[in-house]
Ligand binder design. Structure first.
Ligand SMILES: [Zn+2]
Ligand SMILES: [Zn+2]
Length: 476
């Protein structure tokens, strides 16, 4: 029978015995007061783990003393881990070393003048579990302050990366004692570093949910990593020039490195809506990168006019958060005249992106088309009306099949109009469901869109140009 079983038994299985039994079990390894206290962290309001651990150790010492009075074979081993004995009694498995009675207690310190539990505990002597990492909390806080300098933030959180060795030692202890009331070591590190910084930064909040900045401290390697919450700025863009893709379009041959096919540019297009909007804001925010999320996208050769297309610009790792976005949008407009115009700047967050990207909203288009034979305006209008009557079954167009699932979608046209221009070309305007491919609706995509204007008119149609006249996300 070892010391911990003995205590459990002596305490008659009551709650006190459970606590002390756990403590005695945990103290079979040389752990510090904090590490001991953490096992009971969920009990004892307003106590630090260190106070908790110290208290349990002292009570345990008193109980062990009582047991050793009655010559408890395991008592000595246990007492070796207790505060008053840690400096006077070596840990030994030999029952013959069990002290007789309590003489040993009184030899500690200068005897009469000092109560036994003022003797130093294990603290600072090399804790088996934490290797005294809490001695370095101040150092870690200084590292955090260093990393934070120059970064603008109003809320923060401390996270902790515990090395695998410490983590597995913690698990070993938890295997021995029921850890239901225990707190993980990393939580105490986070709290301790957080407390120091909270006091130093009175204008900043500790925020668990979505802090502007998270510092990940690594107590073993004395490192701090910084994660800055991205900025999300919403707006609408109008694309005024054909030949500009919505986002950066890396060259497929070299994947952006630069090769003869892309003239060393790494990209197939000189610029993109993303590149016309992103850098101005990224530089103001001192961010690392930018990404444009659009409510759908138009083809490279298609204009977007009217009230523009909603987008959200994401700026990663911004060191500056207080931006004048009205001013930045004006700057973008001044530098992209004739190419892109941005409107309605607003702040938003990541949560809006999935909805923005998946929403299918109606759009109004105008198309300039060339017919393979002469068509009069009445016939064209009749054909369009027929097209608008029933649902249109559209199989994923050949040209996008490599990046979209190949399936048949059903979409509708809501309004149609047309006229024949002097040169015999047609000008067609339609109000269509989101997700309907308009070029294919007109030329038919070799039968993949049914019906199409070409199939109804029984001729061939070439789409010369297409323009998004408006994105109707606000009228639904
Ligand atoms: Zn410890
Ligand atoms: Zn290339």
């Amino acid at each position: 029978m070892n010391g911990s079983d003995r205590i459990d038994e002596e305490w008659d299985g009551g709650l006190g015995g459970v606590v002390l039994g756990k403590a005695a079990k945990a103290l079979e390894r040389d752990i510090c007061d904090r590490c001991l206290g953490r096992i009971f962290a969920r009990s004892g309001y307003r106590l630090t783990n260190q106070e908790r651990g110290r208290s349990v150790r002292v009570v345990l010492a008193l109980v062990a003393e009582a047991l050793s009075d009655r010559i408890c074979p395991g008592g000595h081993q246990l007492m070796g881990k207790l505060p008053v004995h840690s400096t006077t009694v070596g840990v030994s498995d030999e029952p013959s070393d069990v002290p007789e009675g309590d003489q040993e207690w009184n030899t500690v310190g200068d005897g009469a003048s000092s109560p036994p539990w003022e003797v130093p505990s294990m603290e600072g002597e090399g804790c088996w579990l934490c290797h005294d990492l809490f001695d370095h909390v101040g150092e870690l806080s200084e590292l955090v302050i260093e990393k934070a300098s120059g970064i603008e933030f109003s809320s923060f959180l401390i996270g902790c990366r515990v090395d695998p060795g410490t983590s597995s030692r913690e698990n070993l202890i938890w295997k021995d004692v029921d850890p239901t009331s225990a707190e993980p070591l990393k939580e105490e590190v986070n709290r301790d570093v957080g407390k120091i910084l909270d006091a130093l930064w009175p204008d900043r909040e500790v925020e668990k949910g979505n802090p502007e900045i998270t510092f990940i401290v690594d107590p073993l390697f004395k490192q701090v990593d910084v994660q800055i919450r991205p900025l999300f700025i919403g707006g609408r863009y109008r694309k005024l020039e054909r030949g500009i893709p919505q986002t950066r379009w890396p060259c497929h041959t070299c994947r952006g490195k630069g090769c003869p096919r892309c003239d060393g540019k790494g990209s197939l297009y000189k610029t993109s809506v993303e590149q016309l909007i992103g850098p101005t804001i990224m530089e103001a925010a001192k961010g690392k990168n930018y990404k444009l999320h659009g409510m759908g996208r138009e083809d490279v050769d298609v204009l977007t006019l009217g009230s523009g297309r909603p987008f959200i610009l994401e700026i990663s790792s911004p060191e500056v958060r207080s931006l004048d976005i009205d001013d930045l949008f004006s700057k973008i407009n001044a530098s992209s005249v004739g190419k892109v115009e941005v409107l309605e700047p607003r702040w938003t967050d990541r949560k809006e992106i999935p909805d923005l990207k998946s929403r299918k909203v109606k759009k109004r288009y105008s198309a300039r088309v060339i017919f393979s034979e002469k068509v009069d305006e009445e016939k064209l209008k009749r054909g369009l009306s027929l097209l608008a009557e029933g649902p249109i079954k559209q199989r994923t167009p050949e040209r996008v099949a490599h990046r979209r699932a190949d399936l048949v979608r059903e979409r509708s046209l809501h309004e149609v109009d047309a006229r024949i221009l002097d040169d015999g070309k047609g000008e067609i305007t339609v109000l269509a469901d989101g997700g309907l491919y308009i070029k294919e609706l007109l030329h038919g995509d070799e039968g993949r869109t049914k019906p199409s204007l070409a199939s109804i008119l029984d001729l061939q149609i070439e789409v010369e140009s297409l323009t998004v006249l408006d994105v109707l996300d606000r009228t639904e």
